[in-house]
Design a protein around this ligand. Structure first.
Ligand SMILES: [Zn+2]
Length: 454
């Protein structure tokens, strides 16, 4: 805890010193204990290395060779998958000490991530750094008087980082056990509004698209909550959406940049930038050839190096987001480096509801509903007309499309109906899910106005 405050105060030099030391330790450990990385690092000179000496690692390569990548032989892909097959284990420790989560596959390939105790401690202290940056003394007081009630409305049912981390927090002490909670994103809107009204959380965390939907309910007077902290993550936020949310709830919308690979990468400041917890995570913006992107220019992708996690070393790992690094110091006074994320746009679908009104559907919610149907490996939903969705499916080996498809159709149709969409038309598209031909990115939900990948 003391170290994160010190690192922030010391500024760039203090952060660089910590990065150097932690990187050397991590690389030395990986070379000794990860068979995959030992092989990839063969030919490197012994002794201290710089990041530029090291190869870039892709998600597919690491997932394909999972058992050789991890540094603890008791951790295996089969073991992690078996553990994750039971949703009652969300937030529980795997092999006695690891926090495991999966990415929902919005980038096309689901990932399995194992975080050791050191990482979990780092996320917890970094969360405190974030709260200290965001909350005034008055906010802390308001929090205490509201019994620290913190609710996350996120995708549930799988071992996703959002729900999993909330469960880990709940296990820490009785206060958190009582005060922290998760409401599934899939909850029908009227029910969600009723539950939130009953809980009246002091802090509310969700995706921007979902907060946008809730802001309409708040503005209409159906939702009546008084959050001290509103936190969004997972998608980028359009200025108009931010304004709607902030004016409905009367508090600034705070934002985190997080991933299943590293839970607390960066946090927003009042100048509209995200400050990176760079004493524990290194981000390198690069072009399509892996060369550094100049400061002030949007990158093609970003390489992440996780300085805490030794069980599954993420070193120059291609995260797949386009970022823009701020030139010079931030006007907010925070000395940690700042960036903006360009690459994750959660496009909200608008479908016709009653009477003649358009209903906003959060893409993550919709995708999660379809993804959770048994047998689904990958799904893509394409809005072909205002009230018509085409579904592209990839099923698991051993599953049959003609069995899985009716269940997906049923799940998607009932979800849309529960959100207030009138007569949603959900049809099967023979084409498999595909990535965008221009950006190379996979988008699970493609709204009508976006150009469809061909
Ligand atoms: Zn700032």
């Amino acid at each position: 805890m003391v170290d994160i405050l010190r690192a922030q105060r010391e500024g760039p030099a203090g952060v660089a010193r910590r990065q150097r030391r932690r990187l050397q330790d991590l690389v030395a450990f990986a070379r000794l204990h990860s068979p995959l990385l030992r092989e990839r690092y063969e030919g490197l000179p012994p002794g201290p290395v710089t990041l530029a000496d090291l190869p870039i690692l892709g998600k597919r390569e690491l997932m394909d060779d999972f058992d050789h990548w991890v540094t603890d032989p008791t951790v295996t892909r089969t073991g992690v998958e078996a553990f994750m097959s039971d949703p009652r284990r969300i937030g529980a420790s795997y092999e006695g000490s690891y926090f495991v989560c999966q990415s929902s596959g919005t980038t096309g390939l689901p990932g399995l991530f194992v975080h050791d105790q050191r990482s979990v401690r780092a996320y917890a202290t970094l969360s405190l750094r974030i709260d200290l940056a965001w909350l005034s003394a008055r906010d802390w007081w308001a929090f205490a008087t509201r019994r620290h009630r913190w609710i996350a409305v996120v995708g549930t049912g799988g071992h996703y980082a959002g729900e999993g981390w909330m469960e880990v927090q709940r296990k820490r002490d009785r206060v958190r056990q009582r005060s922290f909670g998760v409401i599934p994103l899939q909850t029908a809107l009227p029910r969600l509004v009723t539950r939130l009204n009953a809980l009246d959380p002091a802090a509310l965390t969700s995706y921007p698209s979902e907060l946008d939907i809730l802001s309409r309910e708040q503005a209409a007077g159906r939702l009546r909550i008084r959050p001290v902290l509103l936190e969004a993550g997972g998608e980028s936020i359009a200025p108009a959406v931010r304004q709607r949310i902030e004016s409905a709830f009367g508090v600034p919308l705070r934002e985190t940049y997080s991933s299943s690979e590293f839970l607390t990468i960066a946090y927003s400041c009042d100048q509209g930038w995200l400050h990176v917890n760079s004493d524990w995570v290194i981000l390198e913006p690069v072009d399509a050839n892996g060369r550094p992107t100049p400061v002030g220019e949007p990158s093609h992708t970003v390489l992440l190096t996780h300085l805490a996690n030794t069980v599954q070393p993420l070193i120059r790992y291609d995260l797949g987001d386009s970022i823009l690094v701020q030139e010079g110091p931030c006007r907010c006074g925070d000395r940690l480096p700042a960036l903006r994320v360009h690459g994750r746009t959660g496009d909200v679908l608008r479908l016709p509801g009653v009477p003649g009104d358009m209903v906003a559907i959060a893409p993550l919610g919709l995708a999660t509903v379809a993804e959770q149907v048994e047998g689904v490996r990958r799904v893509q939903l394409l809005q072909e007309a205002p009230a018509r969705l085409l579904v592209r499916l990839e099923v698991h080996p051993g599953a049959a499309v003609d069995v899985v498809w009716p269940m997906v159709r049923q799940a998607v149709t009932s979800y849309l109906a529960a959100q207030g969409v009138t007569d949603p038309q959900v049809d099967f598209d023979r084409q498999p899910p595909r990535t965008n031909g221009t950006t190379g990115k996979f988008q699970e939900v493609i709204p009508l106005r976006s150009p469809a990948p061909t």
